[in-house]
Design a protein around this ligand. Structure first.
Ligand code: FAD
Ligand code: EPU
Length: 343
């Protein structure tokens, strides 16, 4: 266990906001994780957890101990005629995992290619892209429950997954550190091609396979989303809002081009990028924070401003969208350093 003091986290978050952690420790095993949590308890320090830092908004100063969970392993743990179960440590890189599965003819993650970050964070917001969400392939996870300091297994149902949501944002918020995840994948490809942009990208293929889907997703993402290494960002800054079907119908009359996605429960998901784009925000900039010219849902932070500057700009967008369309926009990345993990 190597606990460091006063660690600059600017290179630990893809938005490149400056942020100093009072203490920081990267853990490589479950034992080290327990040791760290005990150390924080002994020193009465609040705990925070970070993965690849691609979906966090870091406060300028973070009091307490920031733990990065780097438990690394991936293995096939079971199979039947159609399925393969893999267990993956929380510290594995998500995109490398997608490549690892495809190389072994294990299918189901191809639509989720190139999502930044680590495996341990994937359940937090139930990562999703191009017509697939993590919950569709998720079997269970293991992690440290802070209330009793025991490693506990949670099933798919326990995680209460929804669009960009899970139990870890509600009753288990700041209460659970994920150490590994089990996914149930397929031996034969079962391609999910419902996402319109993906369909268009694959139109040239007669019989696309899983590698074609993977390549198309990678290429679409590279066209639209800025590479955080070159242009700091946290992907979509806002969630796509979900509204009642009555309200969506009113909006459809006023704005026939607004993309609407019906949900299973009858509600309607709206394309926040379209709302922000048609309100004229694309390419607008304040203090070095910009609405990305190729994807209006992404805010970039070239000037490497502190989080407060980004939040002030985001608020002006939220106010404008609410005023014009009556639609509230919710911020997607998680604030770290404002709230604390229970000990
Ligand atoms: P972090 O940002 O470090 O953490 C995110 C949250 O998870 C924090 O609340 C943190 O405390 C918590 N956390 C992290 N690890 C653990 C753990 N082991 N145990 C408990 N809590 C933990 N997301 C999508 O869903 N779809 C996309 O298509 C997508 N595209 C993106 C594109 C870009 C360019 C970027 C920058 C981001 C994108 N994202 C997308 C968001 C992000 O990649 C995902 O949310 C990812 O899962 C975050 O992983 P991370 O390891 O970086 O987590
Ligand atoms: N659109 C615009 N203007 C823009 C961008 C998009 O009008 O500047 C329109 C598009 O024409 C399209 C619709 O908005 O009709 C949706 O756009 P896109 O397919 O790019 O997806 P999105 O809804 O903006 C979501 C996720 C992304 C994910 C993609 C692909 C959220 C908050 N965002 O974006 O996830 O990669 O779909 O599935 O759900 C992330 O969470 O960080 C993220 C990048």
């Amino acid at each position: 266990m190597n606990i460091k003091r006063k660690v600059q986290l600017q290179n630990y978050n893809t938005l490149s906001v400056p942020s100093v952690a009072e203490y920081f420790c990267s853990v490589n095993s479950k034992n080290e994780l327990i040791e760290c949590v005990n150390w924080a308890e002994k020193n009465s320090l609040p705990l925070h957890i970070i993965g690849g830092g691609s979906n966090v908004l870091l406060a300028p100063k973070i009091t307490g101990l920031v733990i990065q969970c780097r438990i690394n392993f991936k293995k096939i743990i079971d199979q039947d005629v159609d399925h393969i179960w893999i267990e993956v440590g929380a510290g594995e890189n998500w995109h490398s995992l997608v490549e690892w599965t495809l190389k072994r003819q294990i299918y189901g993650l191809e639509n989720l290619a190139l999502i930044p970050g680590l495996v341990g964070a994937a359940p937090i917001q139930n990562i999703g892209a191009y017509g697939v969400e993590l919950c569709e392939v998720f079997e269970r996870l293991e992690g440290l429950k802070l209330s009793d300091k025991k490693f506990t297994s949670l099933s798919n149902k326990d995680c209460d997954f929804a669009y960009r949501d899970s139990v870890f944002k509600h009753t288990l918020k700041n209460q659970f550190i994920i150490s590994s995840v089990v996914l149930k994948l397929k031996k034969n490809p079962c391609l999910k091609l419902i996402y319109p942009a993906l369909q268009t990208a694959l139109a040239q293929f007669k019989n696309p396979d899983a590698f074609d889907v993977f390549n198309a997703v990678v290429s679409l993402r590279k066209q639209k989303l800025p590479d955080p290494l070159a242009t700091p960002n946290a992907g979509s800054f806002f969630k796509n809002p979900i509204v009642s079907c009555e309200f969506a119908a009113q909006l459809k009359q006023a704005y026939p081009d607004l993309p609407q996605y019906p949900q299973e429960d009858g509600s309607i998901k709206l394309a926040a990028a379209w709302l922000i784009d048609s309100a004229g925000w694309k390419g607008k900039e304040a203090s070095g924070v910009e609405v990305h010219p190729k994807q209006a849902l992404v805010l970039t932070n070239r000037a490497k401003c502190e989080v407060g500057v980004i939040l002030a700009f985001a608020e002006s967008i939220q106010r404008d969208i609410k005023q014009r369309f009556g639609v509230p926009l919710e911020i997607e990345p998680q604030l770290l350093g404002g709230g604390v993990l229970a000990r």
